[in-house]
Design a protein around this ligand. Sequence first.
Ligand code: T1G
Length: 701
Amino acid sequence: MSTPESSSQPSLVQQSRDGDILVLTINNPPVNAFSPGVPEGLKAGLDAAAADDSVKAVVIIGGGRTFVAGADIRTFDMPREQSPDLRGTIEKLDAFTKPTVAAIHGTALGGGLELAMGCTYRVAVPGAQVGLPEVKLGVLPGAGGTQRLPRVVGAAKALDMMLSGNPIRATEAGQLGLIDRIIDGDLLAGAVEFAREMADARPLPRISERSVPGATPDVFAAARQGIRKTHRGQLSPSLIVDLAEMAAAVPFQEGWDAEATKFMEAKDSPQSRGLRHIFFAERESAKIPGITKDTPTTEIRSAGIIGAGTMGGGIAMNFLNVGIPVTIVETQQEALDRGLSVIRRNYENTARKGRMSMEDVEARMALLTPTLDMGDLKDADIIIEAVFENMDVKKDIFTRLDGIAKPGAILASNTSTLDVNEIASVTSRPESVIGLHFFSPANVMKLLEIVRAEKTSDTVLATSMALAKRIRKVGVVVGVCDGFVGNRMVHRYGDEARQIVEEGARPEDVDASMNALGLPMGPFQMSDMAGLDIGHAIRQHQAKVAGQPKPDGWLDRIVETGRKGQKTQGGIYDYDETRRPIPNADMQKLIEDYRAEKGITPREITQEESTKRLAYSLVNEGAKILEEGIAQRAGDIDVIYIYGYGFPAYRGGPMQYASEQGLKNVVADLEKYGQTPAPLLKRLAEEGKTFAQYDAEKGRA
Ligand code: T1G
């Protein structure tokens, strides 16, 4: 095997020979993204192969852990002439006159699968995954994916893969004809052997020359129908359906050209900027200054959960789902039995939907040990308290835990608002105390606010971050304040929503203004789901702490009528059996009477005003949170709102959304609507900056 070098952009592709087969190995760790240097190296390799008659075929393979995981997302906003020429490389492959074989391990995603489909053949190890996830970045397969995939797997399957963005395993791809051979042994050896077998096969089977199977009008109509529900308000899904339909209707070249135009349209959209922002923000949120891969962590082999209620049960399932045994504690047998039956029912429902087997159900339940004795938690590596939100109760539990838990055990509280420093202060080991704030339903919601208290040790923090990834959560580190990041902002958002109704709007119009922004639930639909009594209790607690009189807003009066939301079949709205919110005339009357009593003359409030006041109330509180260092990055706040509060990912989260609107405009609107902009927001607006620039500067500081 020998290795010649190539051109101005340092090549990230190594050339080597195995007899009459030229092997091109892409080396661009960690995921062999199609960065500058890759196209240059591949093109040079093909030129070398074309110029050398002794080369019978070419194998393209990824070095390290994967094939090409796609175009380099960081280059999307590069000037066209500088951005890596993926389409040109694939055009060269398509016109190449010798067999080319893509040898796939790890993932071939987006541009990686498009590169492979530009080759004559594809081989893969059984565990490899292939897919076109571009829709998750607000774009579309822009290097032939929308034209080639339908030609191989058929219109319906191609649409399913491109609209879900989810990869499929190589074995399934093999059954679909997308992979020509599954290689069980050494991939490179198997690929070279396959290439040698196909070296003289002619004509070369180019995907671009095939037609699209199963391209009937109903397939595209069904896809358009589907995305109206699954991708409401999004641009790229409909472009994908249009292009897949074109693949069946026009010559390849025409579809290929149209794809390039539509790709640019999608790429330059705020939606794609929002989704790309979240792609990187989610990965950045896992990085904590001072915490490195060398920070010592403790191994979590067993967990203890205190409280078998809705939260405790959901939290336990996360551990059982990844094979970690759980001991769950309750004070009453009846509560314990109820908690276990809810967990079993949840699993059995999942099994009934075919998403797990009954063996799995029994295996997970077998890892669960119920007890009425907190002493049984003495050997647990982590103990999470999930009892109702009362400081005295939590302090009592942590005092007892301090005497029970083994040295080095992590003591965590699932509190959603209370002071974790105060909870830690009752123990002799505050360095072992941390907040792990799960979101309801805890076995479903991906967000985990990891609350770093003043004395939390780096080991406890690093262990909690690793644990979040292990139980498939998106862990975001936040500091201690009332409501941490997510709830503190949503409380401010709730205040503004109630104020807008007080001034004249109807609750359903306020909710509609956030539905229009893409949130599945507006503030009042969310309050009714969470329970109006929860918000009421928090407002009473906050008033008491601040020494203010008992809150007496229109929403407090609704609670005092006994209406608590969905759990009482009625709150701000009534609910039918499908849980659809229905405005209630009596509640509307209650609001009108309240205004009259307070001497408020209701006024017309437009949807635009409502949307801005609500969205910007989140942003403004977010800016204060950044100033106080409770959140490290604006990007972290965006990740919290995407994974915990249903903020649409294609808007990039509230902070990114504000940057898209222009922080100058946000400040002007806040002042126009009587809100005082946070100093950080005013400064960034004056400097003409975005929150992403703020994060980058801070990251560099
Ligand atoms: N471009 C740039 N950086 C990337 C990248 C990419 N495509 N994929 C990953 N990274 C970085 C990531 O930010 C992180 O960096 C590191 O690699 C490890 O990633 C024309 C236009 C492959 C399944 O959407 O889904 O092709 O934080 O932590 O958990 O049609 O990465 O260490 O600095 O995620 O093992 C389509 C995106 C692009 C796949 C591996 N491709 N990547 O997961 O590692 S659009 C994708 C992933 C496209 C063409 C279009 C995952 C992964 P850092 P990681 P992982």
